[in-house]
Design a protein around this ligand. Structure first.
Ligand SMILES: [Zn+2]
Length: 220
């Protein structure tokens, strides 16, 4: 077996190793195979239920979570065990499958990485795919999200795809994840300059949008 490429930073390398363990547990052999968090969830003791199946929510709460508040949460895990020993995970039905992949993968990673949870974890990601609300310790949140993202989009494959000239759109489609997640992976892996060399117009456009969104949020 040839030694696969690892990210340049120590943290990146650590997360990548964890991600590889999870991928190999999932039975994946190649670094460019698509990981299915939904197939992995039962092994982490997670039961993913549809939002519509939750009983006991008031009409008002339901309307809020799916309406005005729909952007405030990506998924929730009830860490109190169900009678069958599983933990209940609910994914925001207003978010697409691609975003669900990252949200669910983060929940799977909390379990696989042995993180200690609070009673209820509510995860919120923003448009850039970054977590902006959390209920685990900060470092656990960072680790779970980063390892989950690395398991979904492995560094070696990402590096190769960029060298081949693939776009973020193509890479996202290949792995079945959102484009913001791919951009996050490229940036955190220090591959953004390499990517920019080949797709400068796209990167400019992305930076412009990002700056606009930043200005809008009232921060400077
Ligand atoms: Zn989390």
């Amino acid at each position: 077996m040839n030694k696969a490429l690892l990210p340049p930073t120590p943290k990146g390398r650590k997360y990548e190793q964890e991600a590889r363990k999870i991928r190999s547990f999932a039975g994946l052999r190649r670094d460019d195979e698509r990981l299915d968090p939904f197939a992995l969830a039962p092994y982490a003791g997670l039961l993913v239920v549809d939002f519509s199946q939750i009983e006991g929510l008031s009409e008002q709460a339901r309307n809020h979570l799916l309406g005005e508040g729909a952007n405030d949460w990506s998924g929730g895990t009830f860490t109190r065990l169900l009678p069958n020993g599983r933990q209940l995970v609910i994914l925001n039905p207003k978010h697409g499958l691609q975003r669900h992949q990252a949200t669910l993968m983060e929940e799977v990673c909390h379990v696989f990485l042995g993180h200690k949870a609070n009673k209820l974890e509510i995860t919120k990601t923003n448009d850039q795919g970054k977590i902006v609300a959390r209920d685990y310790h900060d470092e656990d949140e960072e680790e779970a999200y980063a390892v989950g993202a690395a398991a979904l989009v492995p560094y070696a494959a990402l590096h190769r795809f960029i060298t081949m000239g693939k776009t973020t759109y193509q890479i996202a489609k290949h792995f079945g994840v959102s484009r913001p997640l791919v951009i996050y992976r490229i940036q955190i892996s220090m591959l953004w300059p390499e990517y920019k060399k080949r797709h400068s117009a796209e990167v400019e456009e992305h930076n412009q949008k990002y700056n606009q969104a930043f200005a809008k949020s009232g921060k400077t």
